[in-house]
Design a protein around this ligand. Structure first.
Ligand code: GLC
Length: 584
């Protein structure tokens, strides 16, 4: 067996240890609280409906806050709750400082925060700076060229061809297909929209826009939130010279965003500066107010080196606390080998600049669910990875139950705008509705999500068996495993321990978490769909006694079982968390 030993003495661990020497517990709670958090993403429209209209709302979330406390979740992030025409279900905001009426009111939000505080749950809000809704008063004023708003958005004349036809100024494409430029008849100009027609890009070269967005941030900070998840950050700035993007050579479809190599519309150097500005705003806010460090996490699908620049630039200027790491979504899947897993996990840790914290996003509202990406049998193993890897874990609502995509949503029930635009023959491949169906609380009507006759998206029919209540009552369940993993995360070895990975064979990998004076923990995963018998004696350095700390729902192993390092049997897609007890 080839033993690959890459020991990552985690910078966060070191910082943590040093911090303990010099700082009080209170300071640690104030500044470092987020470094080992699990952030749970709530998709408000699908979480809990309190008034029977078939749509989730704030009072619904408040009524479920106890669930987080019971589960061991202490931080949640909410997809947008602001006023919106809902073309992109809240990612098209028409008023940044008010609540979407079908979700509730600002008073409901205050009540949510009050209850969350009482239960010790921190709330992070989604912040969508790249674009507003086309129904936002700023856009309406900009269309009318009202003084002060002329340049709030990215407007261009386009090119007038000899035959009198007007065409967009360049070849840029929308993420959701077709030209990124939409003609506006009233203003007689094109506006840039990188997403749907209803999401015009704000112009961050206009200082008034930056000021307006700073004010939005302060408004919500004053309401008591712990920070922001920043949406679509890589799209904020575009090339000022509007240069055409070169073809990527990956598809022949000129309307598909993959047709071009996005060197002028994504990850522009100015993006970093804006994030650094927001970081300062948040740090200043923390310095001048009680409460925890207000943090920022960013959403952007980009190369690993680009993402590392978000943590801090080459001069050491700090950006967000962490850019989302989407490798479990974009790089790994049911066909990945054990080496692929070790490679991508290690890659993030190797690239990450010193003193920063890793994070692992297992799922979100834009991508198929874990059970649908890796297979239903992999749910527990993936949660074991999420919880035992160094740093921060991010869970999308329902993943603690192993909810699956509802892939059979009919065309007439389809509401995701890009899917609607793709048409009846193509909607299924791109629709994000399947991963957004309502939360499955129980086997009651509509899975306990709503009392309405019709919910905004159909409930996945598998809710009768697959639901929280069943899993709370079962002796073993995905939920109970998730809960026990959250408890396990309190161990110092998972907070501060080093990380040593090992590719056992093509199908099995493992990693150790080690910390002086603590038991070493080992997570081992079989990523294949066949049973594996492995010998990891070399890797764990005998003599050790192995005992199972966490096993999956279908496992032949039980918590507390003793294992022999030479003969560990793993069922298809099985994961185990094992404690190594040193023999005296
Ligand atoms: C982000 C959101 C996605 C949305 C897009 C445009 O990627 O996660 O749901 O459609 O931004 O705001």
């Amino acid at each position: 067996m080839v033993v690959v030993k890459i020991a990552f003495i985690l910078s966060v661990g070191l910082v943590g240890i040093l911090a303990h020497k010099h700082q009080s517990k209170e300071l640690d709670a104030k500044y470092n609280w987020w470094q080992h958090e699990v952030f749970y993403q709530i998709y408000p429209r699908s979480f809990q409906d309190s008034n029977g209209d078939g749509i989730g709302d704030l009072q619904g979330i408040t009524s479920r806050l106890q669930y987080f406390k019971d589960t061991g979740i202490t931080s949640v992030w909410l997809s947008p709750i602001y006023e919106s025409p809902m073309v992109d279900f809240g990612y098209d905001i028409s008023n940044y400082t008010n609540i979407q009426p079908e979700y509730g009111t600002l008073e409901d939000f205050d009540a949510l925060i009050a209850k969350a505080n009482e239960l010790g749950v921190k709330v992070i809000l989604d912040f969508v700076p790249n674009h507003s809704s086309n129904k936002h008063p700023w856009f309406i004023k900009s269309v009318a060229r009202e003084p002060g708003y002329e340049d709030f958005y990215v407007w261009e004349d386009g090119i007038l061809l000899e035959n009198g036809t007007r065409v967009p100024p360049n070849n840029w494409l929308s993420v959701f297909s077709g030209s990124a430029w939409m003609w506006n008849d009233e203003r007689q100009q094109y506006y840039l929209r990188q997403f749907t027609y209803g999401q015009p890009d704000l112009n961050y070269r206009n200082p008034a826009v930056i000021k307006a967005m700073d004010d939005v941030m302060l408004f919500w900070l004053n309401k008591g939130i712990a920070g922001f998840r920043i949406d679509a950050i890589i799209y904020i700035y575009e090339d000022a010279q509007l240069r055409d993007e070169p073809p990527s050579g990956t598809t022949d479809d000129p309307n598909n965003e993959a047709y071009l190599s996005h060197i002028y519309t994504r990850n522009q150097p100015e993006d970093y500066g804006l994030l650094q500005h927001w970081r300062q705003l948040l740090d200043n806010y923390t310095a001048n107010h009680d409460g925890p460090l207000r943090i920022m996490m960013t959403e952007g699908y980009a190369s690993v080196s680009q993402l590392m620049e978000y943590y801090e630039d080459s001069n050491g200027v700090q950006g967000p606390q962490f850019p989302f790491n989407f490798d479990f979504i974009t790089e790994l899947n049911a066909n990945s080998t054990a080496a692929d897993f070790v490679f991508y996990i290690s890659r993030w840790l190797i690239y990450m600049p010193h003193g920063h914290v890793a994070n692992w996003v297992m799922g979100n509202h834009d991508n198929p669910r874990v059970a649908s990406r890796f297979g239903e049998k992999s749910v527990d193993a993936m949660n074991m990875l999420l919880m035992t890897l160094p740093g921060i874990g991010i869970t999308y609502n329902g993943e603690e139950l192993g909810m699956t995509d509802y892939r059979d949503i009919s065309w007439s029930d389809t509401v995701d705008q890009p899917a609607c635009e793709a048409g009846i023959d193509n909607y299924k491949t791109i629709s994000r509705d399947p991963e957004r169906t309502p939360m499955q609380w129980s086997s009651d009507v509509n899975a306990g999500f709503s009392s309405a006759d019709r919910t905004w998206l159909p409930v996945n029919p598998n809710y009768k068996e697959l639901n929280l209540r069943n899993q709370q009552q079962a002796r073993r369940s995905h939920y109970k495993i998730y809960q026990s993993l959250l408890k396990l995360r309190q161990l110092p070895v998972l907070k501060n321990g080093s990380f040593v990975p090992e590719v056992v064979n093509r199908r099995v990998f493992a990693f150790k978490r080690e910390l002086k004076n603590e038991h070493t923990l080992l997570t081992i995963v079989n990523v294949s769909n066949r049973t594996e018998l492995v010998d990891i004696a070399d890797f764990i350095e005998q003599p050790n006694r192995l005992s199972v700390l966490v096993a999956g729902v279908d496992s032949q192993h039980r918590v507390g079982d003793r294992l022999k390092a030479e003969t560990i049997e793993l069922a298809p897609n099985e994961g185990l968390v094992i404690q190594l007890n040193k023999r005296k």
